[in-house]
Write a protein that binds this ligand. Sequence first.
Ligand SMILES: [Zn+2]
Length: 160
Amino acid sequence: MPELAPAVRGLTVKQPWPWALLQPGGKNIENRTWPIPPALLGATVLLHAGQKVDRDALSDPRITALPDVPDLDDFVTGAIVAHGRLAECHEEKGGCCAPWGDPTVLDPIFHWQIADLRAIEPIPYTGSLSLWHPRPDLDLSFLSHTLPKEEDSRVDEHRH
Ligand SMILES: [Zn+2]
């Protein structure tokens, strides 16, 4: 059945990757072994930093090449840290999307593009696997704080 409300899903990612996704010139691809379900292309995604830090990733050259990498204990964990849009997804082929797009090794790797990613004041939250549904008690009003500028100016014009 089609959803009546705009689709919102959460995606839990271990640090340092959510941090890297939010750095200017940083990570621009999320790697998964499964594709974005077609029905969720265009959906809003809440980027959730998992409880645990991927310690091995702290020595990943792509991470260490970024400026001002936080210390292990300074990463935000267990919180929604940003929102964006599930924009595009394709199966890895021929080293596309390097360096942030991982290559297929055994299982196919899908490259996800999350557009319009915006950091928010972290909201403590327990994430889950897959693309999870936000709990009904999660206040999503922060999504409306970042409406496109055109929308804002159009409202102003009507008021004048
Ligand atoms: Zn790619």
